[in-house]
Every structure is written in structure tokens, then in C-alpha cells.
Design a protein around this ligand. Structure first.
Ligand code: GLY
Length: 504
């Protein structure tokens, strides 16, 4: 294998210019926050923001496009730091055809890019196809020349791509054999095994159906191509690194964590895991906050995912002995590293830092006490189980997201009654709704009447901004003290004096 010293920046550029040379229009990454798509909380693939182009609902700027899309997948959050390939944030390279080319070109180009441009050894590459997709088999076997016994057929579980509702279809993936030393050594370990030996680097999706969200499939008016190649994962394979955390995507971030904590990455298993979790979660949080449609930490939807990530990073930060304000220091490194590829990070840097300061501060205040409380709870947990009321108490009083309580419990071989937690949560919500007529007292910390008044004023201000400037106005945060209110919002352009006067 020719292991040229590529980094993420070089590979991103190589991919996008290769597909430009094949007639594709290069588009910037779409926002991480989906628009008009209730089936997803966060964009999780290159195709997700382009669903209307696939269905034909919206005419694309060109019928061939390529992107490097910011993506988040938090389904595997517990695996972060354990395996080579898991990260909650990653960049996804993709080439797309909207009713233009189909299987033949997509397969040929993916092979050409991996073997001729990137230089991967073709004897280590294994395609997989959907179980009865003989057309794809013939292209791989007869045209590309991959021997039949190196082409794997998998079922719907592995080789049918869909996430949420919308366009979907059978797919053909390409795996790279990293060699025995990365394997699990179990008998039968081969392509498709869960270990880190055979790493999927490319996915060609033959997007030809629409799923209405209820599991009903209809043929799309035209056939499409949707591909995905994980940037960090491919660099990991290319440079022969053990995990994505050893690639240049993480070098500066890990160095900053080492500097702040005085600990060494790789010192022992626990330390390594903490470094990786902090690095991963901070990258994801920085990209969510630094998005032009960025959200603040909250208890619902994207805001809750963000809160979970920041709080988990803070917990592991405490374990490493990180100083107060460490999340901001790491975010600054991330913004600096990615500001050329994602200029929005720099545009929204003040918001990122503000929100991290607030959220880290909020949680760090209660975390120590919460840890003590958890120790007590764990020592008296009857039948190895933490009941729902107790889990709710940890959430409500100490800000422990339920997933964190479950994770902490697991480390001590305890379980948590999560259904009981939901029940306690619901009961609490009902009670606080009943009491709401307007007992309402502003923020958590400051309960003066003036603060409550200013809190109401932020809502009025937000409404006025939307009335004058339109729905595009998004609240990016507010800061209220007894003396003043500050309201941050995003809007595509500078607001004129006249408009401001109207809002006032
Ligand atoms: N949409 C194809 C993939 O993300 O793998």
C-alpha cells in the first residue's frame, strides 16, 4: 500500500476535486440541524439534507453534486473511545446523482478513487452487495474484475441504506482489510465482522425507493446515487493508525487535553478512554454550537443531545483533573483547526464560548455533590437496581442526564429503572405545569421579579424580531441578570437601522 502522508485536509480536497473532474458540482456542507425533516434530530449523512433533490420535490443546482458534510451520529455513544471507528461527529464525503448516472458509474468511480487516486491496495479491498443484487455483482465481477469469492452478499440489515423517512435503497459497500493484527482472532472473522480488522470505507447506495416513514416503499420517479465515505475513518486506514483518534483530525485536540490535564494520552486504558471521550464530545458540541442554526443546551431535542455530550465531557474532564473552563480551551483549538473548511465556526465562535462557559459552569457546580450522592445511592441500591425516583432526583437536583446515571450504574454492575424514571419525570412535569400560573421565576439561579420580567421580555423581543425579519431569525442565547438582558440571535445579514427601530 502506498501510505502517503495524507491528512484530513488533503483527502477532503482530493475527493472533492476528483468528483468535480467527473462533472459534479461541489457544494458546501449543509447545516447540522435538519430543515423540514421531522424524522431526524441531526444530520447524519451526506444525503440527509438533500432528500428533496432525491425525491424530485426540489430541482438540484446540478444533477451531479459532491459534498463534505458535517455529520453526527450519537446512537453509538457508549462505544466512543472503545473501538477504532466510532465517533459521534465525523465528516462524510459523498458524490450524488439525482436521476443522472446510476450503478455502473458509481461503482467504477469509487474503485478508481480508492485504488488509483488514494492508492489503496486492491487486493485488500472487498465489496459487499445486497443479497440479490446481481446487477451490482456483475459490475464488480465482470467489469471491475473483483473475483467472485471476494464479493460478499449481505441482507437488509447490512446492505440496505435508510435513516428516517425518505429516499433509500440497496447498497454496495467497500471494506478494507487492515490485517490480522487489528482483528478479533475469532474463528469466522471476515468481512462484516464487528471488530476493527475489516473497516468499511465506502458505501454506494442505489437510492431508488421512498419510505413514507410508515414502512411503505414506493419506486422513486428517477434512480439516484448516494454515496458516503467517512473522512476520519479513511485517513485512519490510509495511514495505518490504530484508531481515528490517532489521525491528524485529533492531534491538536489531544495535545490540548494533555497540556490542560498534565496527563498523557495512552498512559493507561482509563486515561485513553477519557481523552477520547472528551475529544470526541467536544468536537461534536463545538460543531453543533458553531452551526449557523446552532442550538443551546436544553432538555429537549438537539439541545438535550448537546447537553448530554457536554456533561459527559465535563464528567470525564473532572476524572482527568481538568481545570475550570477547559471545554472552551478545547473548543478554541477545534475552531482554529477547522476554520478554513467550516468558516461558520469562526463566525459563531463567541456563541460557542458563551454557551460552553454557561453549561460547563452549571454542571460543574453540582457534579462533585452529585458524584457523592451517586456513591451513596449505589451503596444502598437494593437488588442491584437504582429506582426511578432516585434517578430522577439525580437528574433534577444534580443535572445528571439519565443516560449518565445508567452509564455510572453499569460501571458498578447496577441497573436503573428507566421506566420508573420516565414516570417520575412525567409526574414532575404535570406538577410543575399545574403550578406554573406564572409561580414563574426566571432562571434557575436568579429568582428576582425583575429577572422574571426580563425573561418574558426575551420572548417578546424574539417574537418582534421574527415579525420584522421573518422566521429565519434564530435565538442563539440570552443572558439575563437583574439589571439587563442580552439577546443573541442569528440572521443571514446585517439588520438595518429602520428594521431595528421597528423591532423596538
Ligand atoms: N448515505 C450513505 C451513507 O451514509 O453511508
Amino acid at each position: 500500500m502506498s501510505t502517503k502522508p495524507y491528512g484530513v485536509n488533503e483527502l477532503r480536497e482530493m475527493f472533492l476535486s476528483f468528483f468535480e473532474s467527473k462533472g459534479h458540482l461541489r457544494l458546501p456542507s449543509f447545516s447540522l440541524i435538519p430543515q423540514n425533516d421531522a424524522s431526524l434530530l441531526l444530520i447524519n449523512s451526506g444525503m440527509a439534507p438533500m432528500k428533496p433533490y432525491f425525491t424530485g420535490e426540489v430541482e438540484p443546482p446540478r444533477h451531479r453534486v459532491c459534498t463534505c458534510q458535517k455529520c453526527i451520529r450519537t446512537g453509538d455513544i457508549e462505544n466512543i473511545g472503545k473501538t477504532a471507528r466510532h465517533g459521534t461527529y465525523f465528516e462524510m464525503l459523498g458524490n450524488f446523482s439525482f436521476g443522472d448516472y446510476f450503478k455502473r458509474e458509481a461503482i467504477h468511480w469509487s474503485w478508481e478513487f480508492l485504488t488509483e487516486v488514494v492508492g489503496l491496495d486492491k487486493d485488500r479491498l472487498y465489496p459487499s452487495i445486497y443479497v440479490d443484487d446481481d446487477e451490482a455483482f456483475d459490475i464488480w465481477n465482470k467489469e471491475v474484475g473483483v473475483p467472485a469469492d471476494r464479493i460478499f452478499r449481505f441482507g437488509k440489515e447490512d446492505n440496505f441504506w435508510e435513516h428516517g423517512s425518505g429516499p433509500c435503497g440497496p447498497c454496495s459497500e467497500i471494506y478494507y482489510d487492515r490485517g490480522e493484527k487489528y482483528g478479533c482472532g475469532k474463528p469466522g472473522c471476515t468481512v462484516g465482522c464487528d471488530c476493527d480488522r475489516y473497516m468499511e470505507v465506502w458505501n454506494n447506495v442505489f437510492s431508488q425507493f421512498n419510505n413514507d416513514g410508515q414502512g411503505n416503499y414506493t419506486e422513486l420517479a428517477h434512480k439516484n446515487i448516494d454515496t458516503g465515505m467517512g473522512l476520519e475513518r479513511t485517513i485512519c486506514v490510509l495511514t495505518g493508525k490504530k484508531t481515528v483518534y490517532e489521525t491528524d483530525a485529533f492531534t491538536d485536540i489531544l495535545a490540548k487535553i494533555a497540556e490542560l490535564s498534565g496527563k498523557e494520552y495512552g498512559a493507561d486504558e482509563e486515561t485513553t478512554k477519557a481523552f477520547r471521550i472528551i475529544a470526541d464530545h467536544m468536537r461534536t458540541s463545538t460543531f453543533i454550537l458553531g452551526d449557523d442554526r446552532g442550538v443551546s443546551p436544553s432538555n429537549t431535542d438537539q439541545g438535550y443531545i448537546l447537553r448530554r455530550l457536554i456533561r459527559r465531557a465535563v464528567r470525564y474532564g473532572m476524572q482527568l483533573g481538568m481545570p475550570d473552563g477547559f471545554t472552551c480551551e478545547i473548543a478554541k483549538v477545534i475552531i482554529n483547526q477547522y476554520r478554513n473548511a467550516y468558516p461558520e465556526l469562526e463566525r459563531n465562535a463567541a456563541f460557542v464560548i458563551d454557551q460552553l462557559t454557561l453549561e460547563e459552569g452549571r454542571f460543574a457546580r453540582t457534579l462533585k455533590q452529585g458524584n457523592k450522592e451517586f456513591d451513596k445511592v449505589a451503596s444502598r441500591a437494593a437488588d442491584g437496581k437504582i429506582d426511578g425516583e432516585t434517578a430522577f432526583h439525580l437528574y433534577d437536583t444534580y443535572g445528571f442526564p439519565i443516560e449518565m446515571t445508567v452509564e455510572l450504574a453499569k460501571e458498578r454492575n447496577l441497573t436503573v429503572d428507566t421506566a420508573g424514571f420516565e414516570e417520575a419525570f412525567r409526574k414532575h412535569q404535570e406538577l410543575s405545569h399545574q403550578g406554573a400560573e406564572q409561580k414563574f421565576k426566571g432562571g434557575l439561579a436568579d429568582t428576582s421579579e425583575e429577572t422574571a420580567r426580563l425573561h418574558t421580555a426575551t420572548h417578546l423581543l424574539h417574537a418582534a424580531l421574527r415579525k420584522v425579519l421573518g422566521d429565519e431569525v434564530a435565538q442563539k442565547g440570552s443572558n439575563i441578570t437583574a439589571e439587563r438582558l442580552r439577546f443573541d440571535f442569528s440572521f443571514g445579514r446585517k439588520v438595518t437601522k429602520d428594521e431595528l427601530a421597528q423591532v423596538e
